[in-house]
Design a protein around this ligand. Sequence first.
Ligand code: AP5
Length: 245
Amino acid sequence: MATSAAANLEDVPSVDLMTELLRRMKCSSKPDKRLILVGPPGSGKGTQSPIIKDEYCLCHLATGDMLRAAVAAKTPLGIKAKEAMDNGQLVSDDLVVGIIDEALKKPSCQKGFILDGFPRTVVQAEKLDEMLARRGVKVDKVLNFAIDDAILEERITGRWIHPSSGRSYHSKFAPPKVPGKDDVTGEPLIQRKDDTAAVLKSRLEAFHKQTEPVIDYYSKKNIVANLHAEKPPQEVTTEVQKVLA
Ligand code: AP5
């Protein structure tokens, strides 16, 4: 095992090895952080996550992305989740709790994590507490992407995704260099099946009814930071940096 890993390393270009070494050195001085990002569809959780991830060397676990990958691969999990997702409803607590419990074991989650889109019900929040208690850790901060519903339709219907990297664009607020093409690979961008005005209505209903109580759950623990998610992306990033400093 060790021999084959070393043999593989011999084939890695020096510049990549040095970059990874520098990244690990930088990460070793960063504090551990366990974060939850909560907010309605289109509030900017997925936009801010990669920035926080890079800054603090955390893993980014987005249940929506994981479920979409399972749907695309037609796994048993994906087959169970598809109908609820297409209709803008939440998938069952058991399914998402299982995928998070498994994902938290990844070595990249060692310095902490960003949970993006999880927990979305109080039951999920309670299960997460149990999972973390078993590991002897707890959530440090919940970032609440507070925003008026009226702003979200334009954000959601203008969003374009590069499926393999998860890079996200917006036709007006964050346009790609070439319309319809990913900036890095030039591959085609797609729109998510649930990013329509009609499905957004159900997603917002689910948010207000099932996910807002999660914010109350963590408010009682005094770990919620409220962001002004209606501001431009860079200003939201500055707010996040202040909260996490
Ligand atoms: P999921 O994939 O989690 O979707 P969501 O929560 O609805 O969130 P979005 O990804 O739509 O929004 P975002 O906040 O990440 O916005 P983004 O940054 O991309 O879930 C999908 C489905 O999976 C659910 O409906 C459910 O069925 C299922 N699911 C997932 N997790 C589950 C769970 N835990 N339990 C049960 N079911 C679950 O921004 C949107 C657009 O706006 C982008 O184009 C972006 O460029 C632009 N933008 C971002 N920020 C700004 C800004 N500040 N100003 C202007 N434009 C901006």
